[in-house]
Design a protein around this ligand. Structure first.
Ligand SMILES: Cc1cc2nc3c(=O)[nH]c(=O)nc-3n(C[C@H](O)[C@H](O)[C@H](O)COP(=O)(O)OP(=O)(O)OC[C@H]3O[C@@H](n4cnc5c(N)ncnc54)[C@H](O)[C@@H]3O)c2cc1C
Length: 401
């Protein structure tokens, strides 16, 4: 029998892109929402700060942490159109002198609170680019040089005239090595996929700095009790068990996670996951039973294993991203990702390979940008009306430990 529609009181942990879109989707569904944020601004990872942590390698558990890992020169690595929400597109201004309609004033209530409150459900949106994952290198502790994780990299100046070894060559590593090579004496890259790349090489000198561009760990210090009770665990960067990367079956839908998948497009991903959670919480969308969800998780792990994917890549999407988005869309009863987005991602990937250092400035897919603009202009009015509602959430600054 179909359950009756219910509106719940929901806590959202974090006010980055995921937390904001979760709040919007939950409110649209009719739920009441409180967003908890440990920082003093909304925006999460996108709030740039020159501040770095007291332990620049990021391994001291008692260090003062800084949330954002953004470096000063960072430019987005997807075309902006791809990053937009479905009904809140990110399209550039066309130099027509008009104001960017996305900067409208909104109603945001910021409260500083220590009060306890009881919720029907908690949606975790705390981001996963803050807790550094550091390469294990035998004997490294006795090495006298400096070590830093890319989480604490902001500008190239401190690396002036240094001999740098950079471990990792993914998005951040790639950007940082290019920037550092303009000031360092030598930059060597060590990565699983490249034997030893050298960016400035005059003589082989003793390295003075190691920069670990080796990614991040999922980290939920505020869920210590849930972890202690065995409801979820984090091991080798696998959050277990999570049905479709969102719901821990034993406590669904009371606890859910948004934005966990990697090698995905985070903003639309969070939008669709949030819509699913909102619909499940109101009983509009049905979840499988706990047993069925566990079965699905087991089958997914077997699939990973048989395709040779390591455990630490459990939440990597890559090729399966659009299939996953179609799954979410089917659950929510909403249209899937637009065709132009898929094509734009494919074109961008090709462009990254063809023009590694220049892909952000030169491209061949103008026709897809045109398409994004055409579709976006039809929904701008709708988006702006709803934005007013979406951000009018109760935004409380408080950290749950
Ligand atoms: C260097 C770098 C470059 C990137 N480039 C791109 C890009 O080009 N395009 C793209 O789409 N994505 C990019 N990303 C990914 C980026 O993380 C996502 O775009 C997006 O910020 C994820 O949003 P989120 O809300 O999940 O997490 P976040 O933006 O990290 O927000 C999490 C929020 O939760 C808060 N929080 C954490 N713990 C608590 C707690 N205990 N209590 C209360 N609040 C808490 C934090 O303060 C923060 O405000 C990049 C990431 C990095 C690190």
């Amino acid at each position: 029998m179909k359950e009756t529609i219910m509106f719940r009181h929901v806590a959202v942990i974090g006010s980055g892109a995921a937390g904001l879109v979760a709040a919007r989707e939950l409110r649209r569904e009719g739920h009441s929402v409180v967003v908890y944020e440990k920082g003093d601004q909304i925006g999460g990872a996108w709030v740039y700060t020159p501040q770095i942590e007291s332990d620049i390698l990021g391994v001291d558990p008692n260090r003062v942490t800084v949330h954002s890992s953004m470096y000063k020169s960072l430019r987005i690595n997807f075309p902006r159109e791809m990053m937009g929400f479905q009904d809140y597109p990110f399209v550039s201004r066309r130099n027509d002198g008009s104001r960017d309609t996305r900067s409208q004033e909104t109603e945001t209530a910021l409260l500083f609170t220590e009060e306890e409150e009881i919720f029907d459900a908690v949606v975790v949106c705390n981001g996963h680019y803050t807790e550094p994952l550091v390469a294990e290198i035998p004997g490294i502790s006795s090495w006298p040089g400096k070590q830093i994780h890319s989480h604490n990299y902001r500008v190239p100046k401190p690396f002036q005239d240094q001999v740098v070894i950079l471990i990792g060559n993914k998005a951040s590593g790639f950007d940082i090595k290019g920037e550092i090579a303009t000031v360092a004496e030598e930059v060597h890259v060590a990565d699983r996929s490249v034997a030893d790349e050298t960016y400035k090489w005059e003589k082989l000198s003793l390295p003075t700095v190691i920069i670990h561009c080796t990614g991040y760990k999922y980290y939920f210090p505020f869920l210590a009790d849930v972890i202690k009770d065995g409801i979820v665990s984090v091991d080798d960067n696998r959050i277990h068990p999570l049905y479709k990367h969102v719901f821990p079956p034993a406590v669904s839908p009371g606890l859910s996670f948004v934005g966990i998948p990697q090698k995905a497009v985070p903003f639309p991903l969070s939008e669709y996951q949030s819509r699913w959670i909102a619909g499940v919480l109101s009983n509009r969308i049905e979840l499988p039973s706990e047993e069925e969800m566990m079965e699905d998780i087991k089958a997914f792990y077997s699939e990973l294993e048989s395709s040779g994917k390591p455990k630490r890549h459990t939440h990597y999407m890559s090729d399966s991203f659009y299939e996953y988005m179609d799954f979410l869309a089917a659950q929510c009863g909403c249209p899937g990702m637009e065709k132009w987005r898929k094509e734009m991602e494919y074109a961008t990937m090709k462009n990254v390979i063809a023009r590694p250092g220049r892909y952000r400035d030169e491209w061949d897919d103008d026709h897809l940008i045109e398409e994004a603009h055409k579709i976006s202009s039809n929904i701008f009015h709708y988006a702006n009306d709803h934005l007013q509602l979406g951000i009018a959430i109760l935004y409380a600054r408080r950290v749950s430990h």
